[in-house]
Each structure stands twice: as structure tokens, then as C-alpha cells.
Design a protein around this ligand. Structure first.
Ligand code: GLN
Ligand code: ZN
Length: 747
């Protein structure tokens, strides 16, 4: 029984690659120093995988920033504006990822998008009319050699052409047919060269196959691969992940792949497909160890599954690259009885080896694992389980209906036309972060810490009043992170010390772990929200994170459904909402920044698998408030054109969303679909330090007013301001309120 993995986390056990790369960014290291460091890191990782007993080891899964970007560079898909700069290859690479501003030029970064249904991001490749596809990169060949020199035979990995095309942007005037034939030639050349180097297996990643595919797309896939699978010696592994390939399965098994990698964890239909028949001459790379979550594998269930499919040639692997889980549990300080339930990347290698030995008859491993799963789960909370079980349709309904609330609220609040507000956070300066850290380390007392936060709130309330904002915020200075802060005040959550996962480039996130049933232990935001409200006659908005976002940015349980966990969280946040209301908070914003992000990859699953419980979970949170308590929500992306009715069904009174970078295209759709919720499309981009001029914001407001009824419009920036500096924040926001003043006058 062979074992392998699809890819390994490149960031390093202690995020070494992050820190090394950032040294290079700060010019403290030369490119050569960075390359040497990376070489050592790759060596360490290959040797670690080898030592674990996993036999087939991938290469070229390493990346300085992103593997899609690596593929673009390998194929010379480099936009002209970067290609023509007098930069080294390494500088060009990082220029595409992060932009370049220096003596050799000034260019923006390429756009970045979420990688399928993960929190990893890829850099969007762009085909231009001037693009000359050719194999100019050498990374994939170099890394194969590098491993070989260490005595390790590897399987080079590359993003396949089908998915590459799906993810790319095409300049108008480019010809898709030509691009496809050029890509085919280039991939042929890569495979040819790998073959002549003596490579035995090459892995082509095609996660794009797990989406709903049109017959045209399927035909395109077939054409591409018919042309690629012509070599005699080298074996090609078609690797898929993040779901099943129901649309492409027939096509895939008919093509001369030597191996096919299928996801048995997220792919709901994978088992059914394989049972219909899997060619005996091909190797089935069965993704049975979850590459996305951090729980131990249930060996008996996996063995049962494997016995059910019983293919002629089986290779055990992970469901996707281990890039999406933290490195190892070895550096955590969880109690052993807790730690034993976790498997991060390194521990998953051991699981693959265990599974292989169990299949070969090792009873002891199986018994130990059975004992682990037989233990009762800690943190059961029967009261909360009962509460969820007792929920009825009425609990998800807010009364009276939207239109009635709208007029009641209009009378109650008397906001001016185009009310202005912000999304919640103000700049988290070094001073703010350090003070929080000192408090955490007990270097300052609670009283000192509280005085500091209160002072921040006072200052910013005063300033917000001065520039004439209508609905104020307290600024979120007490929060490190919009999910962790809530998790820390809920029972049922655990926090790793070192559980970092790459999000993009050198940025990593540390998702909290949902360990048990979730319940609200104590009030979470009431203290600072009420403090802020008591300091001013103006309305101060309460600020909460919604249940779907809390869930989506955590490692979820596997023993109960996502829906069940989300409803528990929703009940906890509902208590917080009612507590805020009781304490005089009249406007409450419940952020659902990550709601759009976990939409299933298949459109056909959107409602049944996700929205049908996610949207009600949000409604549950605010269903019990008074008609005159105004509920706001916020979403980070405006890419919800295709789920507008679902967003309206959240039944919030106001929604703010990021809009400035998407040229407000969403507004036409809102109008067409009679969107009822009042809207605050962001009037300026907060992701850059650039300060928008008054006239520019005014123009944006006028564009909004051309499409949305005046009485439905709120004015706010795109998102929270915690990553921005103070000078640009104060200037931008005062330009915003000034622009509104001018527009109001003209109205
Ligand atoms: N209220 C949060 C903030 O302002 C929202 C952040 C977000 O949408 N990601 O920081
Ligand atoms: Zn946002």
C-alpha cells in the first residue's frame, strides 16, 4: 500500500518562511540569502515527510508566495507592465504579488482571490494580447533536482491548464483558442522535459473539475488532456480536491492518466462514482485524510470506506494539500487528553502510514484509534443542545415585517438624509496593540488597561462628533481579532498557540478550534458599548460578529453538523444582542464578513447545502429585538449579485458592503431585484492608504443615488479601519462627511 500527500505547508513549523521573506522585503536580506534559506527549508520538509514513512513525496509544492503565481511565471504569463520593468526575475515575481514602488517603476499588485472554498488566496494570472506563452521558468525542474541530490525521488506538482484557464483573467482582444493551443504546447514541453530528467510521476492539479461544468468546459478539458497525455515513460497523476468530479468523472476515467486523485472527504459523490467503476489499470489516489481540518482520522470509518471501493491499485493520500492545516501539534500546550484528538500536517503523515499498516493487518493501531473515538467528547452542554432542538419557525422570524419597522425606525431615529457611519474599527496603532499585549501578560493592571481603552473611546467619539458622523462607533480597540475575541468569551472554544495557516503570501491566520458545544459565558461587548453610549447623545452602534462568520473562520467540529454548531453560536450572539438592547444600545451591527466565502463550489448546492441554514442562523440572532432597534449587517465583498434574495432574507434593516473597487455594478442588480434592505455601499477603498478627495466621494455618492432610492442610502467606507494609519483615516473620513454635506445641500 503506497502513501502520499498532495502538498505540504511551506510556511514552516515556526512560520520561518514568513519571517525570512519579510526580511527580504525590508531589504535586510538579499535575494540570494532568501533563496538559500528556502532551499534549507525545502530540504527539511522533504526529509520530514520521508522520515514519517510516507513514500511518494511531492516537489514544487513549495512557493514563496503562491503556486498559481509560480505557474504563471513558469509559463511566462507576465503582464507587460511588469515584464518590461528592469527587474530581476525574483523582483518581478514579488512585483506581481505585492506591487512594486521604487526607482525602477511603480506598478500595482495583481488582484488576489480566494482559492476555491478556502481562506488561502491566489494571485490572478492575466493573459494579455502581448502574452507569449513559453516555458521560461525553471523552478519545477530545479526543485526536482534539488530533492534528487538529497537522495529523494519526488513527484513534481503543477497547476493544470484547465484550472489555470478558469482562474485567469483575459484581456479583451485575446483569443481563447490560441491561448489554449499555446498552453497545450507549453505543458507538453514541461512534461517532456520532466520525462527526460527521469521523473517518474508528475501531478497536475485540477481542482476546477469539482465545480458544475458545462459541456463546453468538459470538451475543453478533454481536448487539453488528449494532447498532453502522449508521453510513454512518465506517469501523469490527475489530482482533484475540494469536492467530487461528478460532471467530469466519465471523461476522466477514459483518458490515459496513470493515476487519478479523488477527494473522499469533501466529495459527497466520490464514493458513488468510484463504485460505478474505476479502471483496473489506473492507480486510485484516495484522499481519505482530511487536509482541511485538524481532527484525528477515524480509522475504522476510513478502512470501511476503502474496503467498499476496493480498487486494484490504491494509493492513500490526503483530501487536499496540507497547506490548509497548521504544521504540527507538537508545539501546542493543550492537555494531552485534548491534544490526542488533533492531527495537524505532520500528524496527518503518521495517520497515512498508520492506515497503510492497518490495511496490512496491524490491529494495534486500529484498536488505539477506536479507543480514542469511543471516549465521550468534553464540553458537552446539554442545556444548549436542548435549546437548539426546541427552536421553531417562529424563532427565526423578526416581527413586525421590514416595511413596518422601517417607518417606525424613521420616526424614532430621525436620522438626516444619507446618514453617515463607519464599519466599526478605528486604527489599531502600535500603542493600542502593545497595551493589549501588556495587559494580557499582566504587565499592567485591569484598571490601567480599562483607563486606556476608555481614553481611546473618548477621543474617537469626540472626533467623530466633530466631523459630523451620524452613527458613531466605539472603535473596537479591545479586540485583537473579530472572531477570536468572541471565541474567548464563549465556552466550547480552544485556541492554539502556533496553529498558523497561510492565508496569502506571508500572511497567516490562526483559526480558533470549536471544541465542544458553544454557549455564552458572560457578556462580551456590553461593557464598552454601553460605556461609549453613555458618553454621547448621538447613537453609538453596537458591534458584533455574526454566527456564520465565527463558524467560517474557525476549525469546525466533525461530530456534529456545521448547521448545528452555527445555531449554537447564533443563540449565544442572540443573548448578546438582547443584552445590548437592554443596556440602551439602539443600533446593533452584526458583521457577516465571511458569509459569501463559504458558498459551496457548486451552484446547485448553494441553497440546500448552505444558505438554507446560514441565512436563518443570522435571523435567529436578531429575531427577538424591538421593532425600533435597528439591525445593521456588513459584508466584506460586494460579490453577492447572484444571491441577492438570500441577502434580503437576512432581514437586517441596513447592510453595508465593500463596493468602491467593483465600480458599483451591484447596484443595478439591487434595483432590478427590488432589494428592500437599506444599503451602505462603501464610498472609498480602505485597503490602501490613498486618501480620496471630497469631489471624488461626492461623485461616488451621486452614482449611488442614480441607482438607489435616496431614503435607502447610508454612507460609509468599504470596511473597518483597523489596518489603516490615523492620518489617512481622519482625512478620508472627514472628506466623506464633507462630501455628504455638499450633496445634502444640493438636494
Ligand atoms: N466591524 C469590523 C471592523 O470594522 C468588520 C471587519 C470586517 O468586515 N472584516 O473591523
Ligand atoms: Zn468588511
Amino acid at each position: 500500500m503506497k502513501t502520499t500527500i498532495i502538498g505540504f505547508p511551506r510556511i514552516g513549523e515556526q512560520r520561518e518562511l514568513k519571517f525570512a521573506t519579510e526580511k527580504y522585503f525590508r531589504n535586510e536580506w538579499t535575494a540570494a540569502e532568501l533563496e538559500d534559506f528556502a532551499k534549507e527549508l525545502r530540504k527539511k520538509h522533504w526529509q520530514l515527510v520521508k522520515a514519517s514513512g510516507v513514500e511518494e513525496i511531492p516537489s514544487n509544492d513549495f512557493s514563496f508566495y503562491d503556486t498559481t503565481l509560480d505557474t504563471a511565471c513558469l509559463l511566462n504569463i507576465i503582464p507587460q507592465e511588469v515584464a518590461e520593468l528592469n527587474l530581476t526575475e525574483r523582483e518581478k515575481y514579488f512585483a506581481l504579488a505585492r506591487g512594486y514602488q521604487g526607482e525602477k517603476g511603480d506598478i500595482k499588485a495583481r488582484p488576489m482571490k480566494k482559492w476555491f472554498n478556502t481562506n488561502y488566496h491566489y494571485i490572478v494570472p492575466k493573459f494579455e494580447q502581448t502574452t507569449k506563452i513559453s516555458v521560461t521558468g525553471t523552478k519545477i525542474f530545479d526543485e526536482y533536482y534539488e530533492a534528487k541530490a538529497l537522495g529523494i525521488e519526488t513527484r513534481p506538482v503543477i497547476l493544470g491548464p484547465f484550472t489555470l484557464i478558469q482562474l485567469s483573467e483575459f484581456e479583451t482582444g485575446t483569443d481563447r483558442g490560441t491561448i489554449i493551443s499555446d498552453l497545450t504546447n507549453a505543458y507538453q514541453e514541461i512534461i517532456q522535459r520532466l520525462e527526460s530528467l527521469g521523473v517518474k510521476w508528475v501531478q497536475l492539479d485540477e481542482p476546477g473539475l469539482v465545480k458544475d461544468l458545462t459541456p463546453e468546459e468538459l470538451a475543453e478539458f478533454k481536448t487539453l488532456y488528449q494532447a498532453l497525455l502522449v508521453n510513454k515513460e512518465i506517469k501523469v497523476l490527475l489530482q482533484t480536491y475540494f469536492g467530487d468530479i461528478r460532471d467530469a468523472y466519465e471523461t476522466v476515467i477514459d483518458l490515459p492518466f496513470a493515476g487519478i486523485g479523488l477527494d473522499f472527504v469533501e466529495g459527497r459523490k466520490t464514493l458513488e462514482l468510484v463504485k460505478q467503476g474505476f479502471p483496473a489499470e489506473k492507480e486510485l489516489f484516495a484522499g481519505v485524510v482530511n487536509g482541511k481540518n485538524i481532527w484525528r482520522n477515524h480509522y475504522q470509518a476510513t478502512i470501511d470506506l476503502l474496503q467498499e471501493i476496493n480498487p486494484a491499485k490504491l494509493v492513500l493520500t490526503t483530501s487536499c494539500s496540507l497547506l490548509h492545516v497548521p504544521f504540527t501539534t507538537a508545539n501546542e500546550i493543550f492537555a494531552p487528553e485534548i491534544n490526542q484528538h488533533f492531527a495537524f500536517a505532520k500528524e496527518k503523515l503518521a495517520e497515512l502510514v498508520d492506515l497503510a499498516s492497518i490495511l496490512a493487518g496491524d490491529e494495534a493501531q486500529l484498536a488505539a484509534n477506536q479507543a480514542l473515538f469511543a471516549q465521550p467528547r468534553f464540553n458537552e452542554n446539554q442545556a444548549i443542545q436542548a435549546k437548539v432542538a426546541a427552536l421553531t419557525a417562529k424563532d427565526y422570524l423578526r416581527e413586525p415585517v421590514f416595511e413596518e419597522r422601517e417607518s417606525l425606525q424613521r420616526a424614532a431615529f430621525q436620522f438626516p438624509l444619507l446618514p453617515t457611519t463607519t464599519i466599526g474599527s478605528f486604527p489599531q496603532t502600535r500603542e493600542v496593540k502593545q497595551t493589549r499585549a501588556k495587559y494580557k501578560r499582566h504587565e499592567i493592571s485591569e484598571a490601567q488597561y480599562d483607563a486606556f481603552i476608555a481614553q481611546q473611546i473618548d477621543d474617537w467619539l469626540k472626533w467623530q462628533t466633530e466631523i459630523g458622523l451620524d452613527v458613531l462607533v466605539h472603535g473596537e480597540f479591545e479586540r485583537n481579532d473579530m472572531v477570536e475575541y468572541f471565541g474567548q468569551n464563549l465556552s466550547g472554544y480552544l485556541f492554539s498557540k502556533n496553529g498558523w495557516v497561510q492565508s496569502y503570501g506571508t500572511r497567516c491566520v490562526k483559526p480558533p478550534i470549536i471544541w465542544g458545544d458553544i454557549a455564552r459565558e458572560q457578556a462580551i461587548t456590553v461593557k464598552w458599548s454601553t460605556y461609549a453610549q453613555q458618553q454621547t447623545k448621538k447613537i453609538v452602534k453596537g458591534m458584533l460578529t455574526g454566527p456564520v462568520t465565527i463558524l467560517n473562520w474557525s476549525f469546525p467540529r466533525e461530530d456534529i453538523s456545521l448547521k448545528a454548531s452555527t445555531l449554537q453560536i447564533a443563540l449565544a450572539i442572540q443573548e448578546e444582542v438582547l443584552d445590548l438592547e437592554k443596556n440602551g444600545i439602539r443600533v446593533i451591527q452584526i458583521d457577516e464578513a465571511a458569509l459569501r466565502e463559504k458558498l459551496p463550489l457548486r451552484k446547485s448546492d448553494w441553497y440546500t447545502e448552505y444558505l438554507d441554514w446560514a441565512i436563518p442562523a443570522f435571523r435567529l440572532v436578531h429575531s427577538k429585538v424591538q421593532p425600533t432597534t435597528q439591525i445593521h449587517t456588513h459584508m466584506c465583498y460586494s460579490e453577492f449579485t447572484d444571491i441577492i434574495p438570500a441577502i434580503d432574507q437576512m432581514d437586517a434593516d441596513v447592510i453595508s458592503f465593500e463596493a468602491s473597487r467593483s465600480n458599483l455594478a451591484i447596484l443595478d442588480e439591487l434595483k432590478r431585484q427590488h432589494f428592500k434592505t437599506a444599503v451602505g455601499p462603501g464610498v472609498y477603498d480602505i485597503h490602501s492608504p490613498r486618501i480620496p478627495a471630497v469631489a471624488e466621494i461626492k461623485q461616488t455618492i451621486e452614482k449611488i443615488l442614480a441607482k438607489v432610492p435616496l431614503e435607502k442610502v447610508w454612507i460609509n467606507p468599504d470596511c473597518g479601519l483597523k489596518t489603516r494609519g490615523i492620518p489617512e483615516t481622519t482625512k478620508s473620513l472627514s472628506h466623506m462627511t464633507e462630501a455628504v454635506k455638499q450633496v445634502r445641500k444640493e438636494l
